[in-house]
Design a protein around this ligand. Structure first.
Ligand code: TZP
Ligand code: MG
Length: 224
């Protein structure tokens, strides 16, 4: 059984999927099925982000997703909840600016795990590096209904944070099949991929949407 850091490299950020089971429910999908379909469609990393799940239900789904992800070699991260990550032996944790710091998460998880931090500014990116994070998420790039994001960064804000970051970056916020190509075509060296929620999970066919997005990203990368 290979470790979390073996499963994770900069290519892991290419098509980063973030769950929201409120969306899955609208389509009659369980988190597990949505995650399976996203991986089948080409997701390279999965983050479970369940903002209003009850802990016991969340842990149960997380344990099932850990098995699904391990068998496909895709890393699984947990948003915010270090306790859930420890209890299900996830590959890592993603934290925001008001959560406990990456440094503290590292102390709790140990050295082999993957830690990501949401950053909107160069100073936050610098802090994430100093705290020993593995990557940063940068956004919201575009307006989105999934999370209140005022103001959005746009391409200029995204570029500014990427240039300041010593860590690989994944862009997030309002990214979909229509605009993902233009994000990759920015050609920013440490911008390694896009993270998406509604473009894949607020859809009837998660697998097809993921496949489409993956092929758009691949074409955009080839054209840079
Ligand atoms: N962080 C910044 S924007 C965002 C998060 C979690 C939501 C992204 O969701 P969507 O549906 O891909 O716009
Ligand atoms: Mg958070």
């Amino acid at each position: 059984n290979i470790g979390s850091q073996q499963r994770f490299n900069q290519d892991s950020l290419f098509l980063y999927v973030v769950t929201d089971s409120r969306m899955n429910k609208r389509w009659g999908h369980s988190i597990e099925d949505a995650v399976k379909d996203a991986i089948e469609g080409g997701a390279t990393i999965v983050q479970l982000r369940e903002k209003d799940a009850e802990s016991r239900e969340f842990l149960k789904a997380a344990k099932a997703c850990v098995e699904i992800c391990k068998s496909s070699g895709v890393p699984l991260l947990i948003n915010d909840r270090v306790d859930i990550a420890l209890a299900c032996n996830a590959d890592g944790v993603h934290v925001g600016q008001s959560d406990i710091s990456a440094r503290e998460v590292r102390e709790l998880l140990g050295p082999g795990k993957i830690i990501g931090v949401s950053c909107k500014t160069p100073a936050q990116a610098e802090q994430a590096w100093n705290d020993g994070a593995d990557y940063i998420g940068c956004g919201g790039v575009f307006p989105t209904m999934t999370k209140a994001n005022n103001p959005t960064l746009g391409f200029e804000g995204l570029k500014t944070v990427c240039l300041a970051s010593k860590l690989p970056v994944v862009a997030i916020g309002g990214i979909n099949t229509t605009n993902a190509g233009s994000v990759m075509e920015l050609g920013i060296p440490n911008l390694k991929g896009v993270a998406v929620v509604s473009a894949l999970f607020d859809r009837e066919c998660v697998m097809t949407e993921t496949r489409n997005l993956r092929s758009i990203l691949t074409s955009a990368l080839c054209s840079v």
